[in-house]
Design a protein around this ligand. Structure first.
Ligand code: HEC
Length: 177
């Protein structure tokens, strides 16, 4: 979706002539099958679809400092505007639950997927797979879920046991279109 908006914006910026050939308003391009496939590149709980790659917590410390800390804080504590990504363990049942990677997320694979597709917030999709493995490792180490200086890769990521793994109740209702 973001990509399609970006294409629209670029079409506008480039001026109307070339873009005028597309559709009644002269904007954008025809959506491809990949645009329409909502599951393209999605990595779910099992880790199926993870690209080959690897990254250590210490490599992730660097990625975090350069690409994440300005919003999420030097130690992942967040601030008045941006959410914390560290801490909150044991607060979910309290009057002030703090939802973070450490307290809330049930799977390391979906943390990987979210960071890969949505972060950094203003430049999503710009991290290489190895950088995503590394920064995911660093987030998990900051939350004391994996040891310092562990490497994560496409083979071991799904095996990481998240603290809130069993905190979600499956919705038994069938999906409807
Ligand atoms: C420009 C500010 C900004 C930067 C830079 C940024 N983020 Fe975020 N991040 C956000 C915002 C805003 C949200 C909440 C998004 C939402 O709720 O839709 C968020 C949400 C998150 C979450 C989910 C929050 C949670 O704990 O449930 C994670 C994980 C995360 N970011 C990781 C990262 C990582 C890793 C990086 C660096 C590669 C990064 N972010 C860079 C602004 C930022």
């Amino acid at each position: 979706m973001c990509k399609i908006v970006l294409v629209l914006a670029l079409g506008l910026a480039a001026g109307g002539r070339a873009a005028a050939q597309h559709g009644p308003w002269g904007l954008g391009r025809t959506a491809t099958a990949a645009d329409i496939d909502k599951d393209a590149g999605l990595v779910g709980p099992t880790g199926e679809g993870l690209p080959v790659g690897h990254g250590t917590t210490s490599q992730g410390r660097l990625v975090y400092a350069q690409r994440c800390a300005q919003c999420h804080g030097p130690s992942g504590e967040g601030n008045a505007v941006y959410p914390a990504v560290v801490g909150g363990r044991g607060t979910l049942g309290s009057p002030h639950p703090l939802l973070t990677v450490g307290s809330y997320w049930p799977f390391a694979t979906t943390v990987w997927d979210y960071v890969n597709r949505a972060m950094p917030y203003l430049n999503p999709g710009t991290l290489q797979p190895d950088e995503v493995y590394a920064v995911t490792a660093y987030l998990l180490a900051m939350n004391k879920i994996i040891p310092e200086d562990m490497e994560l890769n496409e083979r071991n990521l799904a095996g990481v046991k998240m603290p809130n793994r069993n905190g979600f109740i499956p919705d038994p209702r069938p999906d409807v279109k």
